[in-house]
Design a binder for this molecule. Structure first.
Ligand SMILES: Cc1cc2nc3c(=O)[nH]c(=O)nc-3n(C[C@H](O)[C@H](O)[C@H](O)COP(=O)(O)O)c2cc1C
Length: 170
């Protein structure tokens, strides 16, 4: 379906891990957050919570120190930390799935705004430490950090063929 902006964005979005020194505006960050807010969730319970860390905030270095992708975190113009509020969870699997929908919405929104972004998941291995370093309540569970900025690389990746994913011929 050529010319379909949603399908094009899904197809052409790539993880971007190198950013220029240019900033991302508050308006652009808000648009990305709004895209996350409109993600679907089971029972529409919206168990996600967001924290934005802009360049120059000392918390950026604190977060960078808690992941092997610290070099990506340090170079980002903005970080969006996505949490689940454990008190709002009604079904762990479904609530974690909805966090994934939030993050993908945000990545697609960033792409549509010509921003670069990457979903940083390795950092959840030290999620509790991130929550403590950010001085947040322990009712929050880190889902991912999205590093956001003006892209300084193209990004590339591949996918398995559809036929290799199908359980029967389609
Ligand atoms: C759950 C999850 C965790 C990820 N964690 C990281 C990460 O910690 N560091 C990183 O550089 N990329 C991370 N990624 C990005 C993937 O490496 C990337 O999406 C994949 O290689 C496909 O590339 P593409 O996004 O450019 O299509 C993560 C992606 C997902 C969905």
């Amino acid at each position: 379906m050529p010319g379909n902006p949603v399908l094009d964005a899904i197809r052409h979005r790539r993880s971007i891990r190198k950013f220029t020194d240019q900033d991302v505006s508050r308006r652009e960050v808000k648009a990305v957050l709004e895209a996350g807010r409109w993600a679907p969730s089971g029972l529409n319970n919206q168990p996600w919570r967001f924290l934005v860390i802009r360049r120059g905030d000392p918390r950026q270095a604190a977060v960078a120190g808690l992941t092997k992708y610290g070099h990506v975190v340090e170079r980002a113009a903005t970080l969006i930390c996505v949490f689940l509020d454990k008190d709002a969870v009604y079904s762990p699997m479904k609530d974690h799935q909805s966090a994934g929908a939030v993050i993908q919405n945000m990545l697609l929104a960033a792409h549509s705004l010509d921003l670069g972004a990457v979903w940083l998941g390795e950092i959840v291995n030290r999620g509790d430490e991130v929550v403590r370093a950010l001085d947040l309540p322990d009712t929050l569970e880190l889902q991912a950090v999205i590093a956001l900025g003006r892209p300084d690389q193209k990004g590339s990746s591949k996918r398995k063929e559809l036929g290799d994913l199908m359980l029967e011929d389609f």
